[in-house]
Design a protein around this ligand. Structure first.
Ligand code: HEM
Length: 153
């Protein structure tokens, strides 16, 4: 049973968080490009959609941890805090920032005026995305190294 829960947990991390990392990293550059807005819109949709799917990662993470009896291990508690921080960066900074930039990009494409703050938001997006990628990379290392853990390799 633990193997099944852990497999779903890791598969969800690869399939949900991987595409977010790639799409979020590419978004600021595509949003800056003049012309068709399709690529930036698609990247934004991938980030929002996969962010919802990524909820399965902590859900199966908690289920795995309960099954293994490691829920109060220090490495796991730190991972949970970092995962929550990564989710907050994604949900409160990255996706809403992209939404604002997209609204401006689409207004310009439709012949309207750009949002004067959108360029600054797009610049900050690159930073927020970097922070998101750093946080979950640290969590992956914690998940694999499990400092102080007596279970597994
Ligand atoms: C609330 C957040 C999370 C919880 C409660 C959680 C829980 C767990 C548990 C209990 C294990 C098994 C460790 C063992 O075999 O001793 C595990 C493994 C793993 N987790 Fe998580 N996890 C969380 C978030 C994440 C995130 C955000 C990622 C990736 C971005 C991730 C990636 C992995 C990977 C790759 C493994 C396999 C490590 C290995 O077996 O070597 N986890 N997780």
């Amino acid at each position: 049973m633990t193997e099944l829960l852990l497999s779903v947990h890791v598969l969800a991390a690869i399939l949900a968080i991987g595409p977010i990392a790639v799409a979020a990293s590419l978004f600021p550059r595509h949003a800056r490009q003049p012309g068709p807005t399709g690529a930036a819109a698609l990247l934004h949709r991938i980030c929002g959609g996969y962010a919802v799917a990524a909820v399965t990662v902590p859900v199966f993470g908690f289920a795995t941890a309960l099954h293994m009896g490691v829920l109060t291990d220090a490495w796991l508690l730190v991972s949970i805090v970092l995962t929550a921080l990564a989710a907050a960066v994604l949900g409160l900074l990255v996706v809403p920032g992209q939404r604002r930039v997209m609204a401006s990009v689409e207004a310009v494409a439709g012949g309207g005026a750009a949002d004067p703050g959108a360029a600054a938001v797009n610049g900050r997006l690159a930073m927020a995305t970097g922070l998101f990628n750093l946080l979950w990379a640290v969590v992956v290392v914690l998940m694999i190294v499990r400092p102080g853990s007596t279970t597994g390799a």
